[in-house]
Every structure is written in C-alpha cells, then in structure tokens.
Design a protein. Structure first.
Length: 333
C-alpha cells in the first residue's frame, strides 16, 4: 500500500520503518526542512530515533504535497495540539478518499475533541468510516528494534478497523481490531496524565504500592469517562487502556513518567520541558482531559490533582494528602 506518514518524531519514524519493512511504499513527512534533509541523507533520524537506519522503501520529505498525493493511507502522528493544523495543510493535497489513521494520543484543547473527531472535521463527511485510531502499549524504540508489540486499531467501521489491522501486521507487531473509537482514544489520552502522577510518586519515593494504586484508580477514571462518552468500559481493560497505562506509568522510556519523576525529585516543570526535545503529551492534555471530564460530569480526582500540580503550582505533598483524604467510597461507583 502507498502510505504517507505525517510526523517525523520518534513514533512516526518507528512506524514508517515498520511499514517499509513489510513492503509498503512509505513517504515520511517531517515539518522541519533541515531535519528532513538530514534524515533523508543519513537514512537515520538522529534527532528523534537514533540508531535505527531507515529502509530503502522510506522516502523522506518536507513537502506535504509529496507526502500526501496519491497515498492510499495517511498515518497522522503529529502531537495532538498541532494535529488540526497539520491535517488542514494535508487536506488540500489529498487524492480520493484514503484511509486516515491517527497514532496521536490526546484531546484537542478548546474543542475537547478526540483526534478521530478532529480528523473527520478537517477531512470532511466523505471520510466517515475511513478514519481509525492506532493505540496501545508501544514505545517507539522498541517498535523500531522489532521487539514484540501488541496494539489496537479502532474505527467506527469494523471493515476499516480490520483493514488497518492487516496493513500494520508484521511478525513483531500484532494488531487487534475494535469498533470502540471513543474507548480506545480516551484510554490513550488519559494514561499520559496518570503517568505523570505515577512518576511524581516514584520521584518522591512513595513506593510500589502507591504506584499500583495510581495505575488501578487511573484505569477506573478512564472507564468512567469512556462510559460517559459512549465508549465501552470493557475496552479500558484491554491494550489501549490498562496495557498502555501500565507501560506508560512504569517504563523507563515513558516521557510522561520521566516528567513526573523529575518533578517528584524537586525540579521545576519549566526547566524539565526546556531540556526535552520531544513532547510529553500529558502536560498539555491534563488541561483538556480535566475540561472534558468537567463538561461530562465525571469525577477524575487523579487527573484533576495532576492538573493542579502542573498548572497551578500545587505542592506535590499536598496533592498526595488531598487524594488520600478524599471522602470514602465503594471501589466501584
């Protein structure tokens, strides 16, 4: 299949490599012309994914027209806060009605839309049923290294989900299908926020029991939100929910966990972000996730306390105290 990968960060580069290794014709779009030129010449993304040469079937470009024209599938891997702008630029070069697959995890600020909703709005009604989301526990470096990985492809159309499943399937990348777009996308967005909280707790030395509690109660928050937004709470027990939550809250390659870890050790958020060359989606998405929960009337105390910590300078010790002293409740409510 002719595939355009829109976004040359670590995950976009890893997926471009994966797709070319299973014989797809891939064009990788990188927004910075200098970075695109360097990646094309060196055949390696030394900025975001060093150590992994790109296959010959990957062409690298900074031209959106070249990346999009005559492609049968477009993989949108831009950070969630620029997804609308990138895909609006892409829309004018699209031929026909290709499949559109989001591999970006987040809720758009302002509109509070999931990425598939943003894509449908930008691309137009004719793309209804052609839009999918790819989500699950998957670190870019491990995907690029060919380590066994399992994720979920979700779309409103079961046929589209199964098509995406077949496109991405490889000997090391197993894809399950789902028709629960809301559940899959919300799991991917919320887990980044919870991972920051888990990192803070670890940085403060609060122990493994605390981390396990944050993961489990974080999953409960996703389930409540997903159920309210039309998703299936069962989805939250799967790869895009519990699976991604565990990985992002515990894995050393997790950018969101790393942000939390450094905050818990006493560093300032502004200094942490200034030292990173990749996006920790949970920082911005703590705002949009909490706004969405408030609009939906869903209580998400861990996400809310993480927002206060990140954006209103609430002390980490006070966050922990307030979470532990909340009104007693049944476990499932």
């Amino acid at each position: 299949m002719r595939i355009g990968v829109l976004g040359g960060g670590s995950f976009g580069t890893a997926l471009a490599k994966l797709l070319a290794e299973i014989d797809h014709d891939v064009v990788l779009w990188i927004h910075n012309p200098d970075v695109a030129r360097a990646v094309g010449e060196r055949r390696e993304n030394t900025t975001y994914l060093p150590g992994f040469p790109l296959p010959a079937l990957v062409r690298v470009t900074a031209s959106m027209a070249e990346a999009v024209a005559q492609r049968e599938l477009l993989l949108a891997v831009s950070p969630s806060h620029v997804m609308r702008d990138v895909m609006t630029q892409a829309r004018q070069h699209v031929d026909g009605v290709p499949y559109i697959v989001s591999a970006s995890k987040g809720i758009e600020e302002g509109s509070l839309k999931r990425m598939s909703e943003v894509l449908l709005e930008v691309m137009g009604a004719e793309f209804h049923g052609r839009i999918a989301a790819l989500s699950g526990p998957s670190f870019a470096r491990e995907v690029a290294a060919g380590m066994p990985t399992a994720v979920t492809a979700a779309a409103a159309s079961g046929k589209t989900a199964e098509t995406v499943q077949r496109v991405f399937r490889s000997p090391t990348f197993r894809v399950y299908s789902s028709t629960d777009l809301a559940g899959v996308e919300l799991g991917g967005a919320v887990k980044n926020v919870i991972a920051i909280a888990a990192g803070v707790a670890e940085g403060m030395g609060l122990g493994s029991s605390c981390r396990a509690a944050l993961i489990t109660r974080g999953v409960a928050e996703v389930a409540r939100l997903a159920g309210k937004m039309g998703g299936d709470p069962l989805t939250v027990s799967g790869l895009s929910g519990m699976g991604d939550m565990v990985l992002t809250c515990t894995g050393d390659l997790s950018r969101n966990r790393t942000v939390g870890l450094r905050i818990g050790r006493g560093e300032r958020l502004a200094d942490i972000l200034a030292s990173m060359n990749m996006v920790a989606e949970g920082v911005r998405n703590s705002l949009s996730v909490c706004a969405l929960a408030h609009r939906a009337g869903v209580e998400m105390p861990i996400a809310e306390q993480t927002r206060l910590l990140l954006h209103e300078d609430k002390p980490a010790r006070q966050v922990v105290g307030d979470l532990m002293s909340r009104e007693m409740k049944p476990e499932f409510w």
